[in-house]
Structures are given as C-alpha cells and as structure tokens.
Design a protein around this ligand. Structure first.
Ligand SMILES: Cc1cc2nc3c(=O)[nH]c(=O)nc-3n(C[C@H](O)[C@H](O)[C@H](O)COP(=O)(O)OP(=O)(O)OC[C@H]3O[C@@H](n4cnc5c(N)ncnc54)[C@H](O)[C@@H]3O)c2cc1C
Length: 503
C-alpha cells in the first residue's frame, strides 16, 4: 500500500495501517527524560519522538521546586547530597545508581544552562539555590516556582532544531512488541483516529508516572502508567511499584482530580504547617519539623488527623514580606488567588496526595531494561536511586542523568552493523466493542482505599482480587482501541501490580 497516495480522509475511512516506517530509535515521551535522551543521541541516528498529547503536557512541565545538584562545591559536597538521598530513601537506595546520579548530575544541570535554561540568580549574578525538605544544604536550582516548564520549553526548542528527530504529538503508543532485531509500536494518532506502526532497533520508554491510578494526585493527566504496562506485557522486569510518594502539601480542593501542588520550597522558605487549631504540630513527630522528608510529613498529617479528628491542615507563610512571596512563588501565588486565597495574607489549606512513583521498569546503570534493546528513563523507570522515598528535586536530576546514560549506550550500539529490522505484524481487529464506562473510576476507588499514605492490607487484598478480574476482562476482551481503553488498561495493570507486591 502506498501511504502517500492516500488522503487523510481515505486513511481514516479505510482504517488503513501503514506499516514499515523504520527508525533507529523510538523515544516514547516528551518530558525531561524523553527530550534529553533525544538531544544526546548521535546526530546521524534516525529518531522518532512520540507523545500522546501536546509536547508540553507532562509531569516535567509541572515541576515547581527545581532540580537538586551540587554545583557549589565550596559550600556543599557530593557526599552530603548522597547522604541526604540515602536518609530520605531509608538507606534502601541502590548505591551504584545513586553515586552516578550525584556525581554526573552537576554536569547535566550545567548543560541545561547551555540550552538557555534561565535559573534564578542572586544579586551578584550567582545561581540562587534554595533549600527543600530533607536536604542539609541549599542545592536546588530553580526558575521561580515553575522550573519544569522552563526546562521543558528550552529542551523542546533544542530538540526541534535537530534534523534527525521526527516529533509526533497526539500519538499514543497502544502496543509494543519485540520484533526481529528491534521493536515495533502500534500507535493511535489521537486527533485523526488513525493507527500507524513504527519500528526501530532501540526503544526508550520515558512515559512518566502513574498518578492517575489515584483519585487525588498532583500528576498531569498523561500519568497513566502506559510505559510500565507496555513493558510488563512484553516481559520486562518491573520493580517496587508499591513505593509511592505522597506529597504532604497539595492544595486541599476535593473538587478537582489534579491537585495543585504547594511546593516543598514554600516550607523550604520557612512556611509553618498548622493543624485544625492553627497550631504547629510537626514537633510531635519529627525533630526536622516542617523540613522532614515527604513520607514523614505526610504520615505526621495522617496521625495528627487521627489525634484531632480533623482533616483540616494549613501552610502559613504570611509572616514573610508580601513582595518576597509574590516574587519567589509567582505561579503558586496566582493559582491560589484564582481559588480565592491570597498566600501573603491567608493560610493555605493543604492535604497529602499522590505525587511520585519510586518504582517502575527495572533498569541498570545504562537505563537498560531486562529486555535487550529496550530502555526506560525518568519516572517510569526504577533505577533504585530514591530507595523507599524520593528526596525532593532529585527526579528531574534522575531524568537527565539516566536518559543520557541510555543515549550513550544506544549510540555505542548504533555504531556497529545492525541487521535490518523485520517489523512485528500487529493483527487487525475485527468487530471490536466499545469499553463499558467506569473502569478508571473503580480502579481509583480501590487504590485510594488500599494504599493511601498508610497502606491498608485488608483493602489491598480485596482490591487485588477485583483488579485481577478487571485486568483479565481488559486483556482478553476485543475492545475498540481508544485513548480511554489504552489508559484504563494501563491503570488497571499498574494498580494490579502495585497491590500484588503489597499482599
Ligand atoms: C506537580 C509536580 C511537581 C513536581 N516538582 C518537582 C520538582 O520540583 N523537582 C523534581 O525533581 N521533580 C518534580 N516533580 C517530579 C518530576 O516532575 C517528574 O518525576 C519528572 O518530570 C518525570 O519526567 P518524565 O520525563 O519521566 O515524564 P513526564 O514528564 O511525565 O513525561 C511523560 C511523557 O510520556 C508521554 N506518554 C505517556 N504515555 C504515552 C503513550 N502511551 N504514548 C505516547 N506517549 C506517552 C507523555 O505524553 C509525556 O510526553 C514534580 C511532579 C509534579 C507532578
């Protein structure tokens, strides 16, 4: 079939699958991990970069606080960054990957400056570094309180200049298969409802987190664990999916699914955490007070809720100068104003919610998965750097360091003579049915009961049995391939795997 001869309308009408578009590398994801990998691949590598919605819609774009790295070795040290990460992670971190993170991190963060990322500076023109919970030194580089958006925009600008990278937005990977000498992906071009297949010698999954498996999360709507589910289905090793981080201070608004984050750096700059009686209470639970790591603060809130009988908690930064607050936290300030709160004068209502996944597709030091040629980086991967709990601002760093590791490894392999890929032949569906509504809602309700801040073993067991049924229903049914179906199947698979590890 000659694809070029078909008009878009004809393609849609005929539901034609255009096969055999081959690349060297397929990168799935346009967050920091996907973009940075693309930038570090050889300029003569033919790269396809896919993302399921707009390029900028990702958890990376939502990152507020910043990126942690030791760039001031006079006042800080790699050993101290390593130690803080170990303490936050309960000493369960993988020592080799952690060493790589903290030693290579500063170099990659400096490269961001070469890509024109505009980190805030002090009056002397030096990069301003802030403090966040769990860090013993101020080592967080930031762009006001919207660091992620700044980094993503600058990296997109750079990737768009690369002639070897083809970018496809609104292109969702529905299925991934190992083919002879590479990988094939079945994709849905969401806007045109058109399916296409692509193949490559190497594939990097950089598909981000799983937040949408919960009712309340800080994560973007793309965070449905697709990459983890795709990797699991072709037999890649998945590890520590039960290690979920709950951020202690999301804006407490139960009307929306995506809870706006009140960044750690607000506490880093001195905000107090108050209970329903407007009293500070962290001294009951941890000597580091408001700057204890996230799991400690989240659990303290849940315990304080049990003690007081109220879920009302607040952040108070009103004692700082109003100009400082508006200038240091412009995005948070504006978002809160829209909700009717002026953070220079009002207490901010907060409550924990799902924020980050420490586990994921298990990878080695080159971001290689257990399947030859398949790589994973960023939040969908498990490098082991975070141990049981991620230290604030270490995940952008992990995405940078480990996506580069993947690129370097792929570059080396691309230098050899590679055999031609024989694409996998995806079967064409006949008479698929629409997915009945309600799957995602049910999965979210199960997870909220089974594993929110403090795990509930009885609910986990009950939830697991139901998720097993749902997973079979979705895997074995002949459903129309729509974004809703793909994401419902991913969420179910991920939730099933999370609870399986817990029971
Ligand atoms: C509110 C918030 C604040 C945060 N603040 C910080 C911070 O200050 N510092 C820090 O270090 N970390 C922070 N984090 C965490 C950090 O932002 C993320 O862990 C990190 O950016 C993840 O990057 P990523 O590239 O792995 O994934 P993402 O940036 O989430 O990108 C995932 C990409 O995968 C694509 N994708 C997914 N599924 C498919 C599919 N099936 N087909 C095609 N494409 C697909 C998406 O379209 C998207 O482009 C924050 C997170 C949130 C939610």
């Amino acid at each position: 079939m000659n694809a070029a001869a078909l008009t878009d309308a004809a393609k849609k009408f005929l539901k034609v699958k255009i096969v055999n578009k081959n690349y060297d590398v397929i990168v799935v994801g346009s967050g920091v991990a996907g973009l940075y990998c693309a930038l570090n691949l050889k300029p003569d590598a033919k790269v396809l970069l896919l993302c399921k919605r707009q390029l900028t819609l990702s958890n990376s774009s939502l990152a507020q606080g910043g990126v942690a790295a030791v760039i001031d070795e006079e006042n800080d040290s790699i050993a101290s960054h390593q130690n803080d990460t170990l303490i936050a992670g309960g000493f369960k971190n993988n020592p080799d990957s952690l060493k790589l993170l903290v030693t290579k991190g500063p170099e990659e963060v400096r490269k961001l400056i070469d890509y024109n990322v505009d980190f805030d500076r002090d009056g002397n023109g030096n990069i301003h570094m802030t403090l966040e919970g769990g860090h013993s030194k101020p080592r967080i580089l930031h762009h006001k309180d919207c660091t992620g958006r700044e980094i993503v925009e600058k990296l997109i600008e750079a990737v768009k200049k690369l002639p070897n990278v083809t970018i496809m937005e609104d292109t969702m990977v529905c299925d991934l298969k190992k083919s002879a000498h590479g990988f094939s992906v079945d994709t849905l071009h969401v806007k045109e409802n058109r399916r296409e297949e692509y193949s490559a010698h190497f594939c990097l999954l950089a598909t981000g987190g799983i937040g949408r498996v919960y009712k309340y999360t800080t994560n973007s709507k793309i965070a449905t664990g697709d990459g983890i589910a795709l990797a699991y289905r072709i037999g890649a090793k998945i590890k520590n999916l039960h290690l979920v981080q709950f951020h202690p201070t999301a804006f407490n608004n139960s009307n929306t699914r995506e809870c706006f984050l009140i960044s750690e750096s607000v506490r880093g700059e001195g905000a107090y955490l108050l209970n329903c009686n407007k009293e500070r209470f962290m001294d009951r639970y941890d000597e580091r007070l408001e700057l204890a790591p996230r799991d400690v603060v989240s659990q303290a809130i849940i315990k304080e809720e049990a003690r007081t009988g109220s879920y009302k908690f607040y952040l108070d930064i009103t004692y700082k100068p109003a100009d400082f607050i508006r200038n240091r936290f412009p995005m948070i300030y504006q978002n809160l104003l829209k909700e009717g709160y002026d953070m220079t004068k009002d207490l901010i209502p907060v409550y924990p919610c799902q924020h980050y996944l420490m586990g994921g597709i298990d990878v080695g030091l080159h971001s290689e998965t257990s399947i030859d040629g398949l790589y994973a980086a960023g939040e969908c991967s498990h490098t082991g750097v975070h141990g049981n709990n991620r230290l604030a601002s270490n995940s952008l760093l992990e995405a940078l360091v480990f996506s580069k590791q993947a690129a370097l490894d792929i570059n080396e392999k691309l230098s050899g003579n590679l055999p031609e890929i024989i694409p996998y032949n995806f079967p064409i569906q006949t008479d698929p049915k629409p997915l009945p509504p309600g799957t995602r809602t049910e999965v979210r309700a199960i997870m909220q009961k089974a594993h929110f801040v403090v795990p509930n073993p009885a609910e986990a067991l009950r939830g697991f049995e139901r998720l097993r049924e749902l997973k079979h229903f979705l895997d074995d049914g002949n459903f129309e391939v729509t974004p809703d179906f793909i994401e419902a199947r991913s969420l179910t698979t991920v939730a099933y795997l999370m609870l399986k590890e817990m029971i």
